[in-house]
Design a protein around this ligand. Structure first.
Ligand code: HEC
Ligand code: HEC
Length: 377
């Protein structure tokens, strides 16, 4: 492209601007989406765009056009100090065409913290949610879920704060120093001296590949629950064929509560107290001694301690030495449901907090996936 603008340099070619805005937007959107549990697939889909764009920006740092490559970054501390001294002393100073020392450091930190966020997120999807290709890691590493989640969250807040600093810096450039910084990332032109950035065809192709890849991954993730990118390691359980007696007898008054949602001690307490089961008297006529033994064994074998599902692991941790008689009495359940308004239970379809089935699609088949939470109250 020919640059016929006076006193302006073409610094940011289209793809550099594109990656900049996609990183900003995908981060913002996935941050907001993280507050909506049942939108996990959207969060992941947008998060993957963020990760891919970071990867692309890192590759760009090696092969990209002039001004985008890491070897043009100004990283010495004396340069950084000089930059700020000059900024304070001289309002209308000349600015460099490419990255200044502050924005060099800024970009490096975004790429590092961003990578921590993207990698911990991918690992969480596999290890904690047991979904996608990395779900093979769930068995051996489920105990690191909390650590990973903390890393993911703290890194995200760090990046958010960091982005605000960036925005303030750019606004100071725009309105105080009047360098027209905001528009540089839109038009590509900067009021500075230097040579224009140029982009050869192969590098353009790399950019398009990343663009197509991210759009494709986005659709694949949102596409449903069956493709290997999002497929859960845990499929719905057919309790009837697993244990007919348990299914028939314990599914008589209410739908099945999955055994992995209570610990062994709790199930023992429930099975030893059938004569007063939440106000119901379950007699030998309802469930014979023989059947009760079969059910109890099945429950103990499949109790929370023997599962690597997120809910099971967290229930075991929250119950400690206690033996609550209901899932709704575990600290974990109380914590995860504390934001549900009381008025939800006056809804005829829900009525009671024990009516898990009204808010969790297929929970009676052992499905506790976030995307199956129904917010209909
Ligand atoms: C005679 C009817 C009846 C039968 C049979 C029955 N239950 Fe229940 N169960 C109830 C009632 C009533 C509640 C209270 C919650 C509700 O209203 O659904 C309850 C609650 C529970 C809860 C607590 C849910 C919570 O709030 O966290 C568990 C766990 C449970 N039942 C397990 C079992 C198991 C295991 C069996 C089979 C051995 C069984 N139930 C058979 C009537 C029954
Ligand atoms: C009134 C609707 C409602 C009822 C009833 C309800 N839940 Fe939930 N549940 C939710 C919502 C909403 C969330 C997501 C909370 C959040 O993290 O924002 C949730 C979260 C969960 C989670 C955590 C999911 C995850 O991976 O983060 C589990 C497990 C769960 N519920 C199990 C149960 C069980 C078991 C019952 C019945 C004993 C139950 N729920 C009853 C609405 C309900």
């Amino acid at each position: 492209m020919k640059n016929n603008k006076k006193n302006q340099v073409y610094v940011w070619p289209l793809c550099t601007r594109f990656v900049h805005w996609l990183i900003a937007l995908s981060f913002t959107f996935s941050f907001i989406l993280s507050f909506f549990e049942h939108r996990l697939n959207y969060h992941v889909a947008v998060g993957i765009i963020f990760g891919l764009m970071l990867l692309y920006r890192i590759i760009w740092g090696f092969i990209g056009p002039r001004y985008a490559t890491f070897n043009t970054f100004k990283l010495s501390l004396s340069e950084l100090k000089f930059y700020f001294v000059e900024k304070i002393k001289n309002r209308y100073r000349e600015i460099p065409a490419g990255h200044n020392p502050a924005s060099s450091w800024y970009t490096l930190i975004v790429l590092s913290v961003g990578s921590v966020i993207a990698i911990s997120g991918l690992l969480l999807y596999g290890i904690q949610e047991a979904k996608g290709y990395l779900s093979v890691l769930n068995d051996d590493y489920y105990m690191y879920s909390d650590t990973l989640l903390n890393i993911h969250i703290y890194a995200s807040y760090t990046l958010l704060a960091w982005a605000f600093i960036h925005i303030i810096g750019v606004l100071i450039e725009q309105f105080y120093h009047k360098t027209n910084m905001v528009f540089a990332m839109i038009t590509g032109y900067k009021k500075a001296k230097g040579e224009d950035a140029e982009l050869c065809t192969p590098k353009n192709i790399v950019s398009y590949i990343f663009l197509i890849l991210s759009v494709w991954v986005f659709y694949v993730i949102l596409d449903g629950t069956h493709n290997p990118f999002v497929k859960s390691k845990f499929t719905n359980i057919d309790y009837k064929s697993e244990n007919d007696i348990f299914y028939e007898k314990c599914g008589d008054c209410h739908k099945i509560y999955p055994p992995f949602l209570l610990t062994e001690k709790s199930w023992i307490r429930i099975m030893d107290g059938l004569d007063n089961h939440f106000g119901e008297k379950i007699t030998d006529q309802n469930i014979s001694k023989q059947e009760a033994i079969v059910i109890k064994n099945y429950l103990l074998k499949n109790a929370a301690e023997h599962s690597t599902r997120e809910a099971a692991v967290k229930i075991v941790a929250s119950v400690k030495d206690g033996r609550p008689i209901a899932i709704t009495k575990t600290l974990y359940w109380i914590e995860t449901h504390k934001n549900i308004p009381r008025s939800a239970y006056s809804d005829k379809k829900i009525k009671d907090k024990s009516n898990c089935f009204s808010c969790h699609k297929n929970i009676e088949k052992g499905n506790t996936e976030d995307i199956n939470i129904l917010y209909h109250y």
